[in-house]
Design a protein. Structure first.
Length: 386
């Protein structure tokens, strides 16, 4: 039986002297082992991987919301990117229309206000702090359509604007746990509640989350994070190119982009993560990628085409040709191949990239859980609006 996904690194020994660093691997193994022992009791990000993690809702209490034909999710950044990734990856299993509002776009809001039927639409409004400016602005645009009968709010407990709105309107409130940062929250209530209401099996999404704490998967994770940490510290790699041959994974890449940029881009360190759609970009950016500066690391993402064998054959030939040239030119890359579009597969993908990001942060000595520069801009924005 094939694994749900394959992750494999290809790095020549001569490329920037990047190799398996035994000391770094030991550091990460030690961290993973101690973390795994305490998954059940430590209330931190790692608690998300505990098999008996308790969600702040019961499925019974949300049965009444299953009748809605469409779902409007309002949020920003980590509050919504993971849900978009889930939806795109498992789109064929979702029988409802799902609309995501994750930017300020007055033209789009005006169009949506004309077509949204509040009797058929469920609003899910998400903000960790409860004070996210863009989320509140988008929520206010639909405030006449939002009611206790067709809305759910996910936010921290406290005196935030979103919490007060929830109480005033008597809208059902689900707690966003304080110890879970937005960009890590897809495996918590933030992602699991919308997933359930989209008709997905949340137990399946969460069933293999501890996979990378064990056996050969743990070894792969520790070796990969060691290699990637050297890329971050060498300053010779400026970009990570997610060269994606599977459009169902575009939104997963955008989730990765935020995870990596906000967690690892600080103290003068960081590598720019970029989505590049293939095979389209064979005809636009590939010349630069292969014959320009050798300052890029490639993630070659693919999956078997489930709809057309001829298309699958062509795309596979293009991907294999690219890999051959990358090897010839000694350009470092990794392969991520999806064998199975299932709930457990996307759960494993989230699990792997969250853990790898935290391990890289540990090795390059940055705080994986804050975003001081983002907070600085938020605070200045508030001052400008007074």
């Amino acid at each position: 039986m094939k694994n749900n996904l394959l992750i494999k690194n290809f790095i020549t020994k001569k490329f920037y002297n990047i190799k398996k660093n035994k000391r770094n691997i030991k550091i990460n193994l030690k961290l993973l082992e101690s973390t795994f022992k305490n998954l059940h009791k430590d209330k931190n990000i790692f608690h998300l991987f505990y098999k008996k993690y308790e969600l702040d809702f019961t499925l019974k209490s949300f049965k009444k919301f299953e009748k809605f034909k469409s779902i409007i999710v309002i949020g920003m950044g980590g509050s919504i990117l993971g849900i978009k990734a889930l939806h795109s990856f498992l789109e064929l299993k979702v029988k409802k229309e799902v609309i995501f509002l994750d930017n300020l776009d007055s033209y789009r809001l005006k169009k949506l206000s004309r077509i949204i039927d509040q009797k058929k639409s469920l609003f899910i409004i998400i903000s960790k702090s409860g004070n996210t400016l863009e989320t509140l602005t988008n929520k206010n645009f639909f405030k006449n359509k939002i009611s206790r009968n067709n809305s759910i709010i996910i936010t921290e407990k406290g005196n935030s604007k979103l919490n007060k709105f929830s109480k005033n309107k008597k809208i059902l409130h689900v707690q966003h746990k304080k110890y879970i940062g937005g960009r890590y929250s897809v495996l918590s209530e933030v992602g699991m509640l919308p997933a359930y209401l989209m008709g997905l099996k949340i137990k399946k999404i969460r069933e293999n989350l501890s996979k990378y704490f064990k056996n050969n998967d743990k070894k792969l994770l520790c070796e990969s994070s060691s290699i990637m940490s050297q890329n971050y510290l060498s300053k010779k790699i400026n970009s990570i190119i997610f060269f994606n041959y599977c459009s169902h994974l575009n939104n997963f890449v955008y989730w990765c982009q935020q995870l990596m940029a906000e967690s690892l881009g600080k103290n003068g360190k960081g590598i720019l993560p970029v989505l590049s759609e293939a095979p389209k970009d064979h005809h636009s950016l590939l010349q630069l990628y292969l014959d320009g500066p050798k300052d890029k690391f490639f993630y070659i993402i693919s999956a078997k085409d489930r709809f057309n064998k001829k298309v699958d054959k062509i795309v596979k030939a293009q991907k294999n040709a690219l890999i051959k040239v990358l090897k010839k030119k000694r350009i470092p890359f990794r392969i991520i191949h999806i064998n199975n579009f299932s709930e457990s597969t996307i759960g494993e993908l989230f699990s792997y990239f969250i853990l790898e990001t935290i391990l890289i942060a540990n090795l390059i000595k940055v705080n994986a859980f804050n975003q001081p520069a983002v907070e600085e801009v938020k605070n200045l924005t508030k001052k400008n609006l007074r």
